[in-house]
Design a protein around this ligand. Sequence first.
Ligand code: AMP
Ligand code: MG
Length: 353
Amino acid sequence: MTIILKTDPNNPDPLILDKAAKILRSGGIVAFPTETVYGLGGVVYNEDAVKKIFWAKKRPIDNPLIVHVSSLSMLEEVAVSIPEKAYLLIERFWPGPLTLILPRNPKVPRIVTSGLDIVAVRMPAHPVALGLIKKTESPIAAPSANLAGRPSPTSAEHVIRDLYGRVDAIIDAGETIYGVESTIINILTKPPTLLRPGAFAVEDLERVLGEKIYIPSFARGLGEAEHAIAPGMKYLHYAPEASIILVEPASQNIESMVEKIKTLASSYLEKGVRVCVVASTETIEKYTSLKIPILNIGSRSNMFEVARNLFKTLRKLDDLGCIIAIIEGFEERGLGLAVMNRLRKASREIIHV
Ligand code: AMP
Ligand code: MG
């Protein structure tokens, strides 16, 4: 049984938060909105609750969970030997979509960190998430509230679609704000390492740190789908049912990208395959002659909008029954890095033009 608790995102109903906190304190698991995507939470110290999270999501146990806190004292409860650099970032970016890798306090069960001696921690800025952690009076372990491998949920409808009947409650407070997950930084390395690009741009973190952050190729989403691999061979993330082909423009050569997508789409159309295109505000008009579903993911000059629409658009492809979806690539600057990381990981094939 799953109960749905509806509330206002900006002024969450205290009775709703109480109800959800009570479920969490008694070992249940609750999906709730954060400013990035919806999370699926359980009390971090309750191993059974944490096991339920992995079960509900069908998540491999070697994929660790982020611990969510609502105060610095909670942070110091789950992490130890916190370096000065961490506080530098915390002061500027918390509460907000920044996750820090820190030495794990042995109080945190190993299942949360998949056996690692480091723990990922963040303080969410969403009033519902923050309010819920405060009411529960405990750090909450929470991955994204989707089935493993699927696009992350940016609305309660997405959570209901994936997890209804598998979790105790879902708090519905409308759409999330950023639409991509938190930026994850390991500040224990020299220089700090980006583990996952997210809602806060790396460039902004670097300005506060006063040093460059190392960006390994896996953080750009490269390594797996770089070369076309036979369908079904690759481990996909954030993926809809539709097979995604990503067309990346070299040095923002938008025109050849559009031409390539049109040629590809036509060839699938000729074979009788239901093909769809994900375009941008600037290019959408160029595909109208194809007479196939064309989705607008947002403007190339507003990556905040593109990030916000990203997972919603991927899920929409399935609603439209697309078998193949050809998606335009974006520049890796600012939020573009997070967008391209997700798109590359969701793709069956990447084509450079
Ligand atoms: P999700 O909450 O579904 O966005 O997934 C959380 C992600 O955070 C994981 O997939 C890991 O990449 C990362 N993460 C969580 N805990 C750790 C950790 N202890 N060390 C390194 N990465 C982590
Ligand atoms: Mg996830």
